[in-house]
Design a protein around this ligand. Sequence first.
Ligand code: MG
Length: 367
Amino acid sequence: MGDCTPTIEAELATMRADHADLVRSGSGWSLRELFSTPDCDIVDYCKGFRPNRFGGQALANAEAFSRRHGIWLEAGGAHYNSMTPYLHPNAISAERMTIIGIYNAILFWLNDTVGREKFAALSLDRQLRAKATVNSLCRLLETRCAAPEPAPVEAATAEFIALLAERADARWLDDFLESTAEHLRPAIRDQNAEARGELLSVADYIDLRAHVSGMYPAIALCEFGRDEYLLWDRIRAAGLEDDVRRLRRLTVDIGALMNDVFSFEKECIVDNADFNLIPVCLLDVPGATLVDAVQHAAAIVRDLVTEFRAVCVRLELTCRAVDDRPLVATLSGHVADLVGSVQATWEWQIATHRYKGESIFAENRLW
Ligand SMILES: [Mg+2]
């Protein structure tokens, strides 16, 4: 840790003071302008997006499940639960949509009670209990057996795994549960600079944020939602592996980093955290201001969306020459799911009240 910490604290204090000044003066940015390029307006790109048709029923089921297990948050539940039909617009049945909703409800409950933005403010005792919960959840994901006398969130997760295992492809399930553990380990701990004891470069932050975000298991759930699973051997044989992997990674990064901008104030102003692309950009360049950091962060997101669109086009062209037509059909559904996830990232965060309040971003204001 050491010598740099007082400097970091001073820079973050200046960032928060600059934020208060911007809010007071009523200035700031339109997120639509920040995320659009001359040839792609983010609002136009998302036009035509519709959340999943089984959403209403699935959300009621996921809420009932969470209440039965005592893991429903009265204050925010409705505002995070609503993400499910957005992020998985193409899931084929109310049953699959419900199981995905249950998964999201478990992760949001963890995030909003002991997640990285909350962790530093917990008492030592609660921090230790949160660590123990993560360890037993990771054990549960590995063994698929709940410990005796499980905590409510463990009992909920055990029931979720049973529901999923009955309906999912076995190999996909192994990868999905492992990917969930890889999300939980870095997500349920203090990731702030003071606790990490070091500053992350922008590139290292983006790599770690990909796992913290939970977007890898989220896009894996697109396969479960359709009950159609990617066959990587055949994708490789068709010469499509690099583009498919890149498209999935771009979906992850857009989900994670666009969220950082939408949730900057919830996390970094209200909860005083700094594990977010905007403060990471600010601390990366000596003397950078909040204005510089917002512009840098927005440029990163914009470039990711531009590359995402380019890889989609390239993949579609390459697929035309592929003889394995069943593979192409599965892939075209999966690409549609990834496009849906990217559009949902914008659409849901505009729609939910989760990030609304006093804001430097026009779309986050309630008035
Ligand atoms: Mg966030």
